[in-house]
Design a protein. Structure first.
Length: 312
């Protein structure tokens, strides 16, 4: 199996020298040792995540929902990705995948965590950036005054509108727009939320999105979002742990997982892979854009949740 894994992964690791070198380093330091240890074989013993007290059954469920390099696009794209000319992919073609992912336990858990941090108030006006099919917008709308559900894809907007109508929710304004140019006037919302949207943006584009969030928030307004929070590197201990967990999860899936590793290696080597930032980057960026009460919590998988407040 080790030979098969190396061949499958190596086939995708072509492109720029630096990225290809890092990809081969991942194979040498992560893939081969994991294969040699027997990962990917059926009947692997359960593991325990000491930080959260979760058995591997839970973390494997999160692997399926969150730890894929190629998550379905609703949560892996940024609303500005197409606007910036970064991809010609048509997100309107992925509504079914987006809704399927939104219904899974991992993303439902993130939704609960984001809402808990948001400290919703009945009078809140909320902006949901990268709203997709309404994972956050629908439950938030039922507890607040109104929600601006912002997404780049018209088909996502239409799907969300239909879901809202079927639930009798009338206070969602679903619009097509970009995270780098929110179609809202200054100081018009009390809360900005987002889920797995920012990691397709370059760091400068993330900064623009933060600046837009700060612009539309009223004084004292809150920002809460979840996203991938690591870099594809082996230098940082958490990065190394996340990469290892991803590789292990894919190898466990057998041939289909190996093909996914090869595909993601190719995407990384040709600079078409996502661009997540480390928790430390987010902490500094939020401070740099004038936010206070900044908090970034890493989760047992690749993700993290950040919250901050615009000064009153």
């Amino acid at each position: 199996m080790a030979t098969t894994a190396t061949t499958a992964i190596g086939a995708g690791l072509v492109g720029a020298q630096h990225r290809a070198g890092l990809a081969h380093e991942v194979i040498d330091q992560v893939c081969r040792p994991l294969v040699a240890m027997g990962f990917g074989q059926r009947g692997e013993p359960g593991e325990v995540c000491e930080k959260e007290g979760l058995r591997s059954g839970r973390t494997h469920a999160l692997d399926d929902d969150l730890l894929r390099y190629d998550l379905p696009p609703t949560f892996c794209r940024s609303p500005l990705h197409l606007a910036a000319g970064a991809s010609a992919k048509n997100w309107d073609n992925h509504v079914v995948e987006a809704e399927e992912v939104a219904r899974r336990a991992g993303f439902q858990d993130l939704c609960v965590r984001i809402i808990e941090r948001a400290q919703l108030q009945p009078g809140d006006v909320v902006a949901d950036i990268g709203a997709g099919t309404g994972l956050l917008s629908l439950p938030i709308a039922q507890r607040t005054t109104s929600v601006w559900a912002i997404d780049i894809a018209p088909a996502m907007r239409d799907y969300l509108r239909t879901k809202a109508a079927s639930a009798g929710v009338e206070n969602i304004n679903a619009v097509v727009a970009s995270a780098v140019s929110l179609p809202l006037v200054d100081e018009s919302v009390d809360l900005v939320v987002s889920n797995y949207c920012f990691h397709h943006m370059s760091d400068p584009d993330k900064a623009v999105a933060l600046r837009e969030a700060a612009r539309v928030l009223r004084p004292g307004g809150r920002l809460v979002f979840a996203d991938m929070m690591f870099r594809p590197s082996l230098n940082d201990p958490r990065d190394r742990r996340v990469v290892s967990s991803k590789v292990k999860a894919m190898i466990r899936k057998g041939p289909a997982g190996l093909l996914r590793l090869a595909k993601n290696g190719a995407r990384f080597a040709t600079a078409r892979w996502e661009k997540p930032a480390r928790p430390q980057w987010w902490e500094q960026a939020l401070v740099d854009h004038g936010f206070v009460d900044v908090s970034v919590q890493t989760l047992p998988h690749e993700g993290g949740i950040a919250s901050a407040r615009k000064p009153a």
